[in-house]
Write a protein that binds this ligand. Structure first.
Ligand code: ADP
Ligand code: MG
Length: 333
């Protein structure tokens, strides 16, 4: 049983960055406005993710660690129209089976926080304000074979930062901070007040500010706004101008309903839009946000949810291609 859960864990947690991504997903699902990630040794010795979300009541702390015990899905219809980042109830179970995990949490109506040590099962009162801190120590300590595949601390740290960066681009309304070995590595302050979240102009401004914070101020100058709707698909974001000097291979960000994805349909569509205007072998830089009816996309394809399957991929391809072509003012054949 221990073995099976460790094998399953391998699919969800490949390296510290995968744990970081899952824990930040959970913080966002809990309505956090500020997420702080603290790491030691590239996340191998410690990953701590602290949020100011709704918290977990003490009686649910042990449940949160159990496999397939999710609070987010109660029936099959939910599974098809899922709008939280997590929904499989696997992440915490997987992470805690390959590390020393502790949950510290407090809900609004509790007099104190509670700390659960996953290994011993001990639950005791502790101190903190509303929200949750998940502490993951000594990742892969019991699976040395997997630990051997980890790269240097610097490389693992870079992957962890990238995982948070992907969240940060999608959520300008949330503040993020990343600490490594006691030093602040990145900090992106919230650029949107909750009161403004319904205002489309404010949203666009907030996203632009976050894009410039995360991708560099020159990206805003060297890019154009994308805003396009085709049938069921809405595409927004920014597309880098083809002659922008800062063209880099790791600066293509695609989101589907707020979730960062790696998807051939989307990258191919963007690539096609750039084809006629992109000279040489340069990679276009872009951040594209695709909104689509959840019933028309399956996010339950891969344990890490980084891959999706569209019900009508031609429609999505067309929408993204035209969106980027329009933004770049590419004459359409
Ligand atoms: P999933 O996110 O797929 O539901 P997880 O294993 O990631 O599964 O988390 C299990 C459960 O633990 C969640 O459904 C949620 O109820 C609770 N949980 C985990 N992290 C947090 C958090 N930061 N704040 C509040 N609740 C949390
Ligand atoms: Mg989750």
């Amino acid at each position: 049983d221990e073995l099976i859960s460790q094998i399953a864990a391998g699919e969800v947690v490949e390296r510290p960055a995968s744990a970081v991504r899952e824990l930040v997903d959970n913080a966002l699902d809990a309505g956090a406005r500020q997420v702080t990630v603290r790491l030691l040794a590239g996340g191998v010795r410690l990953i701590s993710v602290e949020d100011d979300g709704v918290g977990i009541p003490p009686e649910e702390l042990p449940v949160a660690l159990r496999r397939h015990a999710t609070s987010k899905i109660s029936n099959l219809h939910d599974l098809e129209s899922v709008n939280t980042m997590g929904f499989r109830g696997e992440a915490l179970a997987a992470i805690s089976s390959v590390s020393e995990t502790a949950l510290l949490s407090r809900t609004q109506d509790q007099a104190s926080a509670f700390l659960l040590d996953a290994r011993s099962g001990e639950l005791r009162p502790a101190a903190r304000s509303r929200g949750t801190t998940v502490e993951v120590k000594e990742l892969f300590f019991s699976t040395p074979a997997r630990r051997k595949f980890l790269k240097t601390d610097a490389t693992e740290l870079a992957h962890c930062v990238e995982a948070v960066r992907r969240h940060a681009l999608a959520r300008p309304d949330v503040g993020f901070a990343i600490w490594h070995e006691g030093k602040l590595v990145e900090q992106w302050r919230s650029t949107l007040e909750t009161a403004d979240t319904a205002d489309e102009n404010r949203q666009r401004e907030a996203l632009d500010r976050r894009l410039s914070d995360v991708m560099g101020a020159d990206f805003l100058e060297d890019s154009v706004a994308v805003a396009f709707k085709l049938g069921n698909v809405t595409v927004t974001g920014r597309a880098g101008l083809p002659d922008a000097a800062r063209s880099r291979a790791d600066q293509q960000f695609c989101y589907v309903n707020g979730r960062f994805v790696r998807d051939k349909v989307l990258t191919h569509a963007a690539r096609s839009a750039y084809e006629d205007v992109l000279h040489g072998q340069k990679q276009p830089v872009y951040a594209l946000f695709v909104e689509i009816d959840p019933l028309r996309v399956d996010v339950n394809v891969h344990p890490t949810k980084i891959e999706v399957r569209f019900r009508d991929s031609r429609e999505v391809h067309q929408a993204v291609r035209h969106a980027v072509e329009n933004a770049l003012a590419v004459p359409r054949a």
